[in-house]
Design a protein around this ligand. Structure first.
Ligand SMILES: [Zn+2]
Length: 436
């Protein structure tokens, strides 16, 4: 009997600068089916024209006209992943896959679908419940005002800010019953139907219920707990941030009213802050900026950790797409989840890995994920893993991480959007060998 699954596969990786846009092409006996992972940018590639994203949108639209678009996977709601879908003419996916936090009917304090623990100690961990996520996104907008456009985190603050237009567009792309809002260990039923012969495992994002179990796991060290994005209380929860910011503003206002006396009271002066407290105003300003920076970074990580992680298996070939998931999401999938042993065994066989978060170090965790890959090795290793990186240096400090890029080049068959291409060609073609 002829297999009902794909007979060949290919991945098109579009150079959107700092962002993601990958089109998976699956050739079936009678049709071609596509899956589009993300389409957005927060920094165009060098020398790109103003119409760069529009050109890519048109190119994708043309390619899609030769087959069926099985799914749009919007891994998470950062702008560099979802802001440009509108530029693809005639976009009509059979299904749309998004993380559970994006479910439009979600109650504001929903801790996620599926089974989990009762949350007692954890009230409002920043960045995961739909309402806190929204609040965090709106505070990113305020943080941007505090930091100023020139600040090194301004791009991240903008990227974090709410993007209701993109979410509304995704919502309308297909009827509600054909949306999959997925979570670690759950299923993507519409996607399964849209891709016959492809086994789909959902490894992320975890839900608040799931991750809350980490709090009680005795073998986690204090350092690990301190690193965890949910437990970075103090600076990273929104209420504390604004309390601090208000305090800083109130103090500087009090200082401005001037309890001290001017040195030359009759001299015309634009400055109303008495000299003896100017140091305080300056410090308060710095405190505000520090708090805003910490908030932007925390929101950035929290949003990254809402990324959909999918492991697709075609025959014996395994393709791993992980959005921008960071170490916490990987720890859940590979070390903590009830089915983590099976997941590890499956991830070990990965043939193609879409490098997480544009090559940042904590999205391909050095200890948690990297050693699990079983097909890394030198150029002579047969069937070695393919890695695919979409990035643009200079947007985030240390992204892509030089050490990671070196390792990817040495131990995998590496493709990157930065590779030289003929002028006018916006994508990298990645061949995929399907093993029976
Ligand atoms: Zn990203």
């Amino acid at each position: 009997m002829a297999s009902k699954g794909p007979v060949s596969a290919k991945l098109w990786v579009y150079d959107v600068g700092f962002g993601d846009c990958l089109l998976l092409e699956l050739e079936y006996a009678a049709t071609t089916r596509f899956v589009l992972f993300d389409f957005g940018t927060k920094g165009l590639p060098p020398r790109a024209s103003a119409g760069h994203m529009k050109q890519i949108g048109a190119a994708i639209g043309k390619k899609l006209s030769g087959g069926e678009l099985a799914a749009v996977v919007a891994t998470h709601r950062h702008r560099d992943h979802v802001s440009s879908f509108e530029l693809i003419p005639g976009l009509a996916p059979r299904t749309v896959v998004q993380p559970w936090v994006d479910q439009p009917s979600a109650k504001h304090d929903w801790t996620g679908p599926g089974r989990g623990v009762q949350l007692r100690a954890v009230r409002d961990p920043l960045g995961f419940m739909p309402a806190t996520l929204r609040a965090a996104q709106s505070s990113s907008q305020h943080a941007l005002a505090v930091l100023g456009e020139g600040h090194s985190l301004a791009a991240a603050a903008k990227n974090n800010s709410a993007n209701p237009r993109a979410l509304a567009f995704l919502k309308k792309l297909c009827p509600p019953s054909r949306h999959d809002y997925v979570w670690a260990g759950g299923r993507a039923k519409n996607l399964e139907r849209a891709l016959p012969g492809v086994q789909i495992r959902v490894l992320g994002p975890p839900t608040v219920k799931q991750v809350a179990t980490l709090l009680r796991a005795p073998r986690r060290s204090a350092r690990d707990t301190a690193e965890h994005w949910l437990w970075l209380a103090g600076l990273t929860d929104e209420a504390t941030f604004w309390r601090r910011a208000e305090l800083a503003m109130a103090s500087s206002a009090a200082a401005r009213q001037g309890q001290g006396r001017a040195l030359f009271p009759r001299a015309p002066s634009r400055r109303t802050v008495p000299p003896e407290v100017r140091w305080l105003v300056e410090r308060m300003g710095r405190e505000r900026r520090d708090a805003a920076s910490a908030l932007v970074q925390a929101v950035d990580s929290a949003l990254n950790n809402t990324s959909v992680i999918l492991l697709l298996t075609i025959g014996k070939t395994r393709l791993l797409f992980s959005g921008d998931a960071e170490v916490e999401a990987w720890r859940w999938a590979l070390e903590e989840a009830p089915n983590h042993r099976q997941t590890r065994a499956a991830v070990r066989e990965t043939d193609l890995y879409k490098v997480g978060h544009h090559g940042s170090w904590n999205a391909t965790p050095h200890a948690t994920l990297w050693p699990v890959f079983g097909k890394t090795g030198g150029p002579r290793r047969s069937g070695r893993m393919v890695s695919v990186l979409s990035t643009k240096p200079g947007t985030h400090p240390n992204v892509p991480a030089a050490a990671l890029e070196k390792e990817l080049k040495q131990s995998t068959k590496h493709y990157c959007t930065r590779a030289r291409r003929p002028a006018g060609q916006h994508c990298v073609e990645v061949p995929i060998r399907l093993r029976k």
